[in-house]
Ligand binder design. Structure first.
Ligand SMILES: [Zn+2]
Length: 210
């Protein structure tokens, strides 16, 4: 079902060249049915970073893409029975090799955040873009994944008025723990080119900039 993702980088591309109706040119599209319209008048100013692997800790499987497209065989692994019927999606998924997939147009509302609240607003799915990194809470992420973020995040920044970058753990504290302590927020701050104020303040306390 899944073809090999494209491996390109955006160089000197205008916003029009990079995006078509919310679909990023350098991501491999794999359309998910799990989305809906965003509420009218919202401003997409938040990027939410997640981690996921299926089964947890198993990398390189097709199961995340299968989950996001409602094609996961719930009987294929005991863990899958514990999430049977789950209908979720993220806009983007970045594999351990840095391959970038897109499941939902950024113009639409993907189902990644759940019950959530951040920067004084609830229902973060309404006005955020969700990026899933193949990983596990507590595990680190690969250089290829950071490189993929370094291409994708600036491209999001030219198309949407991004002002906040947070983890699922920050928008649903106590309920969610991803992407977890393996995420190098300090490195993201240094490498993505967004102001420090865009990042979670608690992170600054845990991982002060050198
Ligand atoms: Zn998450």
């Amino acid at each position: 079902m899944l073809r090999k993702p494209l491996k390109k980088t955006p160089m000197d591309e205008s916003s029009q060249d990079l995006w078509q109706r919310g679909w990023y040119r350098f991501a491999r599209p794999c359309a998910s049915p799990n989305f809906g319209p965003r509420p009218g008048g919202i401003v997409i100013d938040l990027v939410v970073l997640h981690s996921i692997s299926l089964p947890p800790g198993h990398y390189g499987t097709p199961h995340v893409a299968e989950l996001f497209t409602n094609q996961l065989d719930w009987n294929a692994h005991p863990y899958f029975k514990t999430i049977e019927g789950l209908q979720v999606s993220a806009h983007f998924f970045i594999t351990r090799h840095g391959d970038l997939w897109q499941f939902v147009s950024c113009e639409d509302r993907a189902w990644h955040a759940g019950v959530s609240s951040y920067r004084g607003k609830s229902n973060c799915n309404d006005d955020s873009i969700g990026i899933e990194l193949e990983g596990l809470e507590g595990d680190t992420f690969t250089d290829a994944q950071y490189e993929a973020l370094q291409s994708l995040m600036p491209a999001l920044g030219v198309q949407y008025p991004i002002r906040h970058i947070a983890g699922h753990e920050h928008i649903a504290p106590g309920r969610k723990e991803d992407p977890g302590p393996g995420m190098r927020w300090d490195y993201l701050q240094d490498s993505l080119g967004f102001p420090e104020a865009f990042y979670p303040s608690s992170t600054h306390l845990q991982q002060p900039k050198k």
